[in-house]
Design a protein around this ligand. Structure first.
Ligand code: PRP
Ligand code: URA
Length: 206
């Protein structure tokens, strides 16, 4: 399985807060934003840079800026929970939401919205808290590639082995960054131990 699980102590503490069923909605929203910000460091570690001259109060030195554009692609709706945290460290990024809802019977994703930025050379980070069967992530990345986008990274909170396998097989070029790799999916397609329904916990629709 190709996946990078970020085992930073701060992430382990914050993931425990998110997993706890007693964590309320405002705390869940705040902490998911913090985790998104921390994961963005790993998801951007190969982002292309260009150099320029910076004048400090003492001397000239070499400075860096991001080369080209970055797109953040939240998979609606739970991916919106990541947006503020990602944009706090990538404020110039464009945002291209893709709406996917899992059919509760078949567990397959149904697309209902897609508005993706057009720069084909952009660095793209697809964000969704949960990688369960992998259906939503694979379908969203299919849409990006259909439009000619490359340089795609997928970032999530919790991944299930089933979802990692499916995403690896469909898109072997797409790195997966996660805060946790969990044990398995239950019969309803929920990640175990997981954290429940991420969208419901972010939006208070439990
Ligand atoms: C959840 C989650 C992912 C998807 C993961 O969304 O946010 O998008 O399920 O499952 P998969 O890997 O099996 O496709 P859901 O469809 O519940 O919609 P929501 O974000 O609107 O709550
Ligand atoms: N979607 C969620 O929100 N949680 C899961 O465990 C699986 C899919």
């Amino acid at each position: 399985m190709q996946i990078t699980v970020v085992h930073h102590p701060l992430l382990q503490v914050k993931m425990s807060v998110l997993r706890d069923l007693n964590t309320n909605c405002p705390t869940f929203r705040r902490v998911i934003g913090e985790v998104a910000m921390l994961l963005t460091f790993e998801a951007t570690k190969n982002i292309p840079l260009e150099t320029h001259t910076v004048t400090t109060p003492l001397a000239e030195t070499i400075g860096h800026s991001i080369k080209g554009t970055v797109n953040v692609i939240p998979i609606l709706r739970a991916g919106l929970g990541f947006l503020e945290g990602v944009l706090s460290v990538l404020p110039e990024a464009n945002v291209g939401p893709i709406g996917m809802a899992r059919d509760e019977e078949t567990l397959e994703p149904v697309e209902y919205y897609c508005k993706i930025p057009k720069d084909l050379n952009a660095y793209n980070i697809v964000v969704d808290p949960m990688l369960a069967t992998g259906g939503s992530a694979v379908a969203a990345i299919n849409q990006l590639k259909k439009r000619g986008l490359k340089n795609i990274t997928f970032m999530c909170l919790v991944a299930a082995p089933e979802g990692v396998k499916r995403l690896n097989e469909a898109h072997p070029d797409v790195p997966i960054i996660a805060a946790a790799l969990d044990d398995h999916l239950n019969e309803k397609g929920y990640i175990v131990p997981g954290l429940g329904d991420a969208g419901d916990r972010i939006f208070g629709t439990v």
